[in-house]
Design a protein around this ligand. Structure first.
Ligand code: ADP
Ligand code: MG
Length: 382
């Protein structure tokens, strides 16, 4: 249980965050804008958030001295799910921690995560938890083919996943992934993919952002399109599902829920969730009445979630390290000269293929389609 604090926590209180990547950096901007101080814990001396934070504790995430230092903050949050949940629970005996270590722990592990999704009364893709090679019998695997074997922990951007089309391939894939706990999931025929960001302070104060329609390239999010090009009824159903999941977890904070849309009747299946703001919610920075990062600040401080209204149709495009290669230079003029484009760069030094370096959002007064077409065209020109 998180230590009882006098709420709400108001500026200029010091807020702490585990992790100083781009999500931590955008959190820091939101918190500073609202008048709070920010302390970032991250072992990387060049962590993107560190340059903007008031204080950077440059130490490993399990360093006891560093955690004690962080625990003097009025509230603590996280920018990634692979933090030590035990450390979060320990911090919670000293200060307010949102989301809870328990919730973070559930989202760290696909096996636990899927069990919780089912417990919340929602559907996942058919799957088999796999902890030993012997569990991959022909009988167990065949109904899940073609399938995808995913490591239960530490996967992101499509990493730690192998597609399989026979039981033999499934067993080989399990070996290749190092015989760590996995889930074998049936590959679904996707109509589209969407995600919903839910901001929950308690069972009375919950708000969802409009679903984003997400396009991936090589397993990495490439574009979000908002509003998603789906009937209103489907969008409402997706938001209700995200709220249902947050309620079941008694979640406090910002939760991202990835959802598969299946078939012409738009059946909705939960893929996975993240206990934090999400890449597919970056559009909120430029297109909504509040951003997902402002919501993260508000909820950790015990303030009600702000208005989540979409103010403009938009499309967000990720900028990966590939754009910087081979010479490390990019001409930003085509983006910056446009009044309808908003550029965000994360201040990362080294561009590597597939590394998330920034994003831009195109706004359109007309439609999400137009915003998406323009985002796609501009992306190709870089
Ligand atoms: P990550 O943690 O890397 O985001 P995901 O489970 O979200 O892992 O998988 C990444 C992408 O792979 C998904 O966004 C989707 O495009 C595709 N994918 C994953 N699982 C399935 C599935 N069961 N059926 C169809 N596509 C899938
Ligand atoms: Mg995913």
């Amino acid at each position: 249980m998180t230590k009882a604090k006098k709420l709400p926590i108001l500026p200029p209180a010091m807020l702490g965050i585990l992790g100083g990547g781009q999500l931590g950096r955008m959190f820091t901007v939101a918190a500073k804008q609202m008048g709070y101080g920010v302390t970032v814990l991250d072992p990387d001396p060049h962590a993107p958030a560190a340059a903007l934070a008031d204080k950077h504790i440059c130490a490993p995430f399990d360093d006891l001295g560093a955690l004690a230092d962080l625990s003097t903050c009025a509230a603590i949050t996280t920018e990634f799910e692979n933090v030590n949940a035990q450390a979060m629970r320990a911090l919670a005996s000293e200060t307010r921690v949102c989301p809870s270590g328990d919730c973070v722990e559930i989202t760290q592990n696909r096996i636990q995560e899927k069990a919780w999704i089912a417990k919340a009364g929602l559907k996942t893709a058919p799957y088999l938890p796999v902890t030993r090679a012997e569990e991959l019998t022909d009988e167990a695997v065949e109904p899940l083919l073609p399938g995808v074997l995913k490591t239960a922990m530490l996967g992101y951007d499509g990493k730690g996943q192998i597609r399989v089309s026979t039981p033999e391939e499934a067993r080989t894939a399990f070996e290749k992934l190092g015989k760590v706990p996995c889930v074998l999931e049936k590959m679904l025929n996707l109509h589209s993919e969407i995600s919903v960001i839910v901001c929950r302070l308690n069972n009375q104060q919950v708000k969802c952002f409009p679903p984003a329609e997400n396009r991936h390239e090589d397993g990495i999010l490439a574009y979000s399109i908002v509003p998603a090009r789906l009937p209103d009824e489907v969008q409402q159903r997706a938001q209700a599902m995200a709220c249902q999941l947050a309620d079941a977890l008694n979640y406090i904070g910002v939760l991202a829920v990835e959802i598969f849309v299946i078939g012409a009747d738009h059946e909705l299946i939960v893929n996975e969730m993240a206990p934090r703001p999400h890449n597919s919610g970056h559009y909120t920075l430029d297109a909504c009445a509040s951003s997902q990062f402002e919501q993260q600040v508000r909820i950790m401080c015990g303030l009600p979630p702000a208005d989540t209204r979409l103010l403009s149709c938009c499309s967000m495009a990720n900028l990966l390290g590939d754009v910087w290669l081979p010479d490390g230079k990019v001409n930003w003029q085509p983006l910056l000269q446009r009044p309808d484009v908003h550029l965000h760069l994360y201040g990362k030094k080294d561009a590597r293929p597939g590394r998330k370096m920034g994003h831009f959002t195109v706004l359109s007064g007309q439609s999400a389609d137009i915003a998406f077409m323009l985002a796609h065209k501009l992306q190709r020109q870089l």
